[in-house]
Write a protein of this length. Structure first.
Lengths: 454, 454
């Protein structure tokens, strides 16, 4: 329950249609794609930086939790207001403020939908690299909060590599700007990258200056099938060890292929494993680049290597890949989708280990994802309560394997609630203590997204 | 003067040949390329992480300033022990611990010389992107401290973009690891990028995991001359607005050309301005890439565009470019070399403004540098005391211009002592306060490189 004084203050800042305490409406702003849920005491819809400054002031004064929300597509519970308080939905701060093609930057409000931004950039022959599956629905602010990635990250980097400057309001009430709209900068501590991936626990972002990349003129999609996952994983390491960077290098194991074929039809082959490889470039350089990638894709265990013919086949390959995540949910409403990451050379070991864990616990586990970054989506698919209980142990063992392989818990989804308990396994006690110390400075009252990440 | 108790403790940790309080030897470790100087009370030469942990413990216990030192090639006074205390020279922690070609990473101690690392990587057909002019002498640890760049940064990024993980000892005594040896990671706050560019004020780095890039098989060097600096600056913006990224895009103004010709001979033309453009790629893609860059380089004001013929001409172009900085010092022993950065589209305005400032103060000012990142080395060249006095005002105006053009104080040199007083112009008071708050957490006693950066 929001204190009456806090509500009164909110009402002074937010118009009636930009503030709700109606439980039915609040409910809608209390869940995300983790299927966790909690009802906030109020939802506000800021439309300006100044309102966010006021919001933080009110939150501090009344010690109310403030949970920033993009579009709730994240999978970790990071936007679930487990401690109640106020959800700040940034959906109305959705303006693209400036596109500067010469400097390859866009200045946006945090509520801009990733896909809308790409549409706005296309006439300038530019794009912003992060392309999570949820791109048509997720917001740039959410991408910043969890350091979102996607297939293109293998060549163009994830969110952290593509944000140049931020305007934000720290939990201590201080509004500030950090970074510069330049690709180089060495003026003080890097607060920009500190905020990216901090899941709304340090500051609320009100404006972002994004680094854009030029759209390549042409693109070619290859599909390579292998006798087994090990052979495919070794091909991934070979592809990444040569100089031509693919702009996507996606891996699907045999189970995924079976499922994907249901969505993508005959364009999806059945095999031990498949790589979907995308190469971009200029018309006159692309053929040589495709050759280089194809050479690396060949090797022991290759069954078939083909350049996708026509837009329909390319679309089917990608539709299948992108439909996998939701498809798996149909199969297992309680699926656990991890986005662990290991060094590329350890991908074969990771895949082998997930197989062993699946066998040991008699639990379906499938692997797919951004193999070029070593970032695999390991999906545990419990179908009943007994399997669910076993999945908990399997997950525990998975994280142990990942850490042993020099990897980490998350490549692009973040920590949120879901992986918080595993943080002491991924990070040493001193690193965690320093992160907590940073948190305490930015948010001394602990009002920003309490209970998440740390 | 080091307290006797502190010295006794240091002697227990460091062997006689790894510790000196001899003023003559201390003197040598008290200056850098800023020509500032101060004599520390002691110099130690750690050879292990554990010794650094002990060093910080002793520093804290006895409240002694600790100044980490690479090879003292920085230009900002960042490694000058202005508060006395202990200099930790990392020159003996210079092992390349591991090169992992499949994962494109190298694990190194901070004292490894940048150039030595590149030599060790070459057989693997890999390189580490940062390539400051001082690469043959400067250390990786120093590169990390000031977020060093160089010509290649325009395509491959600066130091911050190419460090994946660190081992370090914070000023509060906590030894920790942060980051992972993977190209993606979303597990907690990004302490790695926070340390990069922090100039030894937060923690002493004892190990770094570096992101490597594959060496392109071939490279082509172009030189383009223009009637004036404005035409060249516009060509820079055109080159950066198209999809093919050059791996170097260096700008030299007319004054620089005159000076460079003295070093590089006839290979250096006389013109209003020159761009040295380097394009790398595979043998079969390079010609098309060179064409794309050449098309962009053409335009109003182009005088001559030529692909450098033979290794000798390429070497002469680069030798001239790299010799400029020291050459200017001969001209003006008190030269002020700023490495300001502005958005690429504002480079013409920046160059024009420096011309106006030079005229107003009757002071030689030359511009050259990494134009593709908007990162220009603006060199003020006072030749006598009167010009030196005027240079102070000129510098002041230069920073005002840079901030007005949406740029910042430093692209790759850092802040140190030299630009500290200008920080409140580049950053708002809240951003500075948050940086100070972070500093206070990592280094509550203020022993790490006191008086620098903030």
């Amino acid at each position: 329950m929001l204190p009456a004084a806090a509500l009164a203050e909110l009402q002074r800042v937010f118009a009636a249609d930009a503030l709700s305490t109606d439980p039915a409406e609040c409910l809608v702003y209390g869940y995300d794609n983790s299927r966790r849920q909690a009802t906030p005491d109020a939802v506000v819809f800021p439309t300006s930086h100044e309102q966010v400054v006021e919001l933080v002031r009110i939150g501090r004064e009344h010690r109310q939790p403030l949970v920033a929300r993009g579009r709730g597509t994240n999978t970790t519970g990071a936007s679930v207001p487990t401690a109640g308080g106020i959800v700040a939905s940034f959906e109305r701060m959705n303006r693209v403020l400036r596109i500067d093609a010469d400097d390859r930057i866009a200045v946006v409000e945090p509520g801009v939908i990733n896909g809308d931004l790409q549409v706005a950039l296309a006439p300038h022959r530019l794009f912003w690299a992060p392309d999570p599956t949820s791109a048509p629905f997720c917001s740039v602010g959410g991408n910043i909060a969890c350091n979102a990635g996607g297939p293109r990250a293998v060549k163009y980097g994830a969110t952290r590599d593509n944000v140049l400057a931020l305007r934000a309001v720290a939990g201590n009430g201080m509004a500030f700007r950090c970074g510069t709209p330049t690709t180089k900068g060495s003026t003080g501590y890097d607060l920009v990258r500190l905020l990216v991936g901090s899941e709304g626990t340090l500051a609320l972002v009100t404006e972002a200056t994004l680094k854009l990349a030029p759209l390549a003129s042409a693109k070619r999609t290859l599909r390579a099938t292998y006798v087994d996952v090990g052979a495919a994983a070794k091909a991934v390491a070979r592809i990444m060890a040569q100089p031509v960077a693919p702009c996507a290098l996606e891996f699907l194991d045999d189970e995924c292929l079976r499922l994907a074929r249901g969505h993508g039809g005959d364009a999806i082959p059945l095999a031990g494993a498949m790589l979907v490889i995308e190469v971009d470039g200029e018309a006159d350089t692309l053929p040589a680049a495709v050759d280089a990638i194809a050479r690396a894709a060949r090797g022991e265990g290759l069954e078939d290597l083909a350049v996708a013919e026509g837009e329909a086949e390319v679309a089917a390959l990608w539709a299948a890949r992108k439909a996998l995540s939701p498809a798996l949910r149909t199969l297992s409403p309680n699926k656990i989708n991890e986005d662990v990451v290991v060094p590329v050379s350890r991908v074969p070991e990771l895949v082998a280990a997930t197989r062993a864990i699946a066998a040991k616990h008699a639990l379906p586990i499938v692997c797919f994802g951004h193999a070029g970054n070593g970032n695999l989506h390991v999906n545990l698919l419990p179908r009943d309560e007994a399997e669910q209980a076993r999945a908990t142990h399997a997950l525990d063992e998975l994280f142990d394997v990942v850490i042993r392989l020099d990897g980490t818990l998350s490549g692009e989804h973040g920590i949120g609630l879901a992986k918080r308990e595993f943080m002491p396994r991924a990070l040493d006690a001193h690193a965690l203590a320093l992160m907590r110390a940073v948190k305490a400075q930015f948010d001394p009252d602990g009002i920003l997204n309490p209970g998440k990440l740390l």
